[in-house]
Design a protein around this ligand. Structure first.
Ligand code: MN
Length: 332
């Protein structure tokens, strides 16, 4: 596609522009199980673990559920983080041990706070023929990481202008703000650009940013990013220039001030030390392992423990993988 305008206006962005934009490419990761769907993971990377407090970014689809089998993630635990679910297509049922049951739907954010410990399941509904979205995690700062588990849902209104539309689900961007409270300043928004659109986006210079390209292509601060790439923008800019390619682009724009704390992240746990994560793992295994050493089937558990029990979920809980021989590495 080409810009159909006969005399497109030149857009001049006059702010302090982003410098040093880095492209990060995804790696394919199977979610596990028979016929399981796979995801494109762009965070963490060997050389970058966090963007603000964002510490994990899985991007998936569009997957035809009749071929991929859809999403069937049985009960599993989390600590020290929040999960943020954002869908482009499909529907997922969320159940957690704090008693929350919610549908994850396109253009509506679901944010689950694990705090000191939660368990949850995520299963695509029978009505989902195509699944397409992102699963993101936010690390909680040390002072609040043992907070109570919780859950929030928010459906932002669409905002837009010439050649663009956006949904701001966390923080503030392009004149809109999300009411969802976060423990560190955060930004999360979906931005759709028509072919050839140049958008000057005012941003907080204290923030580092990540621009995930869902479809199409876009120049981010002058660096060309294609579908599934994550463009990293260091702090310092007060304006981000996005220039959509010939097919337009759909993006997730994420950000926050550099987190400033080292974390230890392994499997579904965020902690601060190797020993702490080992203890989280043991607590989960004790919760789901019977006297015979086998995982208790059918969603039953030996005791609710730190992570609670997901109600009315017949899927057997997921056992933790074996820890690596080496001590877990701190990342920042
Ligand atoms: Mn999870």
């Amino acid at each position: 596609m080409s810009n159909p305008e006969s005399s497109p206006a030149e857009v001049v962005c006059e702010g302090r522009q982003a410098a040093g934009v880095e492209l990060m490419e995804p790696r394919e990761v199977p979610l596990g199980g028979p016929r399981a769907m796979s995801v494109r993971r762009t965070l963490p990377q060997r050389h970058r673990s966090l963007i603000g407090a964002w510490c994990f970014l899985d991007h998936y689809g569009p997957d035809v559920v009749s071929e991929s089998g859809g999403m069937e993630v049985a009960p599993h635990p989390h600590t020290g983080l929040q999960t943020v679910s954002w869908l482009f297509a499909g529907e997922i049922e969320h159940r957690d041990s704090a008693g929350n049951v919610a549908m994850v739907r396109p253009k509506e954010v679901n944010l689950m706070t694990a705090g000191r410990g939660i368990s949850h399941s995520e299963v695509s509904t029978p009505d989902s023929t195509v699944l397409h979205g992102a699963q993101l995690w936010v690390a909680l700062p040390d002072a609040v990481r043992d907070t109570d588990p919780g859950f929030e849902h928010y459906a932002p209104a669409e905002i837009g202008g010439e050649g663009w539309r956006a949904h701001v689900f966390l923080g503030s961007l392009l004149g809109d703000s999300s009411p969802v409270a976060t423990f560190t300043p955060l930004l999360g928004a979906e931005v759709v650009l028509d072919p050839g659109t140049t958008l000057c986006v005012p941003v907080d210079p204290a923030f580092e940013l990540g621009v995930l390209v869902d479809r199409g292509s876009v120049a981010v601060g002058g660096v060309e990013a294609r579908a599934a790439d994550l463009a990293y923008v260091p702090p310092g800019a007060d304006e981000l220039v996005l220039v959509a390619g010939a097919e337009g682009a759909r993006l997730l724009v994420l950000g926050g001030p550099p987190f400033g704390e080292s974390i230890v992240m392994w499997w579904n746990f965020v902690g601060r030390t190797h020993d702490e994560v080992v203890a989280y793992r043991s607590a989960w295994q004790e919760q789901i392992t019977g006297a015979d050493g086998e995982v208790v089937p059918d969603g039953r558990q030996v005791a609710p423990g730190r992570f609670g029990v997901v109600p009315d979920q017949p899927l057997s809980p997921i056992p933790a993988p074996v820890l690596p021989n080496a001590r877990l590495r701190e990342r920042r």
